[in-house]
Design a protein around this ligand. Structure first.
Ligand SMILES: Cc1ncc(C[n+]2csc(CCOP(=O)(O)OP(=O)(O)O)c2C)c(N)n1
Ligand SMILES: [Mg+2]
Length: 261
């Protein structure tokens, strides 16, 4: 969802799709993470964990083929890093020097399974070594570190230096989903990471450097709160789709407008 918002996807559309209402372009029929906006360069999520690794390499190949200077950022979790497709995609991406940044958001758990239980290799970025791909690991609890890591990798991709594997080490405060009570970890572990919260951290940097006043921060918070409340209300009051929507968009329509530039 954060990436959707970054790509200027309206918050009210995000809520419409959360509530399975269809007045959204594109007409999503699944969770918002699987909707895409090609015109904005956002290709959506993937229901198959790790499936996006091959797609990311493919999109980067298309950009290279068309001679653009675009870099593709392909995001996946630590759980997806265990998929076989990663190895095939990494190998081809390096061989063809594709302008892609594979970003592994290592939040320590794949659903309820810890990284320690799935591999001896805890520094996931080291998987890149086997393919002679530049690998980098940054502190995901620091906005500045993430920014610098992405900047380095995007520059490399744009300058023809090929792919990068960037591991962002972070943590998730909540369970994987609504049905996950997160009993597989201790309260202490959770608190330890909450103390390093990146939003609190960046707020401190802003205040310490006088980049904004408390009043300005309060105004931004208020504006965001109002926008969220307005979006939820808008989605709640929007009509439900007709029953026959169930049978539409199962296969691509001949005139499907959303996969055309
Ligand atoms: C091929 C495949 N296997 C299993 C699943 C079920 N599944 C959905 S999310 C997930 C865990 C993914 O782990 P991670 O990428 O670390 O995501 P996180 O739990 O941190 O959100 C699994 C196993 C799936 N969607 N696709
Ligand atoms: Mg994870």
């Amino acid at each position: 969802m954060d990436w959707l918002l970054l790509k200027a996807y309206l918050l009210r559309n995000v809520w419409l799709s959360f509530m399975a209402k269809l007045q959204v372009v594109p007409r999503v029929k699944a969770a918002v993470c699987t909707s895409s906006l090609k015109r904005k360069g956002f290709f959506g999520g993937h229901g198959i964990v790790g499936g996006q690794i091959g797609l990311g390499a493919g999109i980067a190949f298309a950009e290279q083929y068309h001679g653009t200077d675009r870099a593709t950022i392909c995001m996946f979790g630590d759980g997806a890093a265990r998929q076989g497709l990663l190895h095939e995609a990494f190998n081809m991406a390096v061989l063809w020097q594709l302008p892609v940044i594979f970003v592994c958001e290592n939040n320590q758990y794949a659903m309820g399974t810890s990284v320690e239980r799935t591999s001896k290799v805890l520094d996931i970025y080291r998987l890149a070594d086997a393919y002679d791909m530049p690998g980098d690991s940054v502190d995901g609890m620091s906005c500045e570190d993430v920014h610098k890591g992405i900047e380095r990798a995007v520059r490399r991709a744009r300058e023809g230096g090929g792919p990068t594997f960037l591991e962002i080490k972070t943590y998730r405060y909540r369970g994987h989903s609504m049905s996950d009570p997160a009993k597989y970890r201790s309260k202490e572990e959770l608190e330890e990471y909450k103390d390093k919260d990146p939003i609190t951290h960046v707020l401190k940097v802003i205040m310490d450097n006088n980049y904004a006043t408390q009043e300005q921060i309060d105004q931004i918070n208020e504006k965001v709160k109002m926008e969220v409340e307005e979006s939820v209300k808008f989605a709640e009051e929007s009509p439900w789709p007709d029953d026959d929507e169930l049978y539409k968009d199962i296969y691509a329509d001949k005139d499907y407008p959303f996969i055309i530039d």
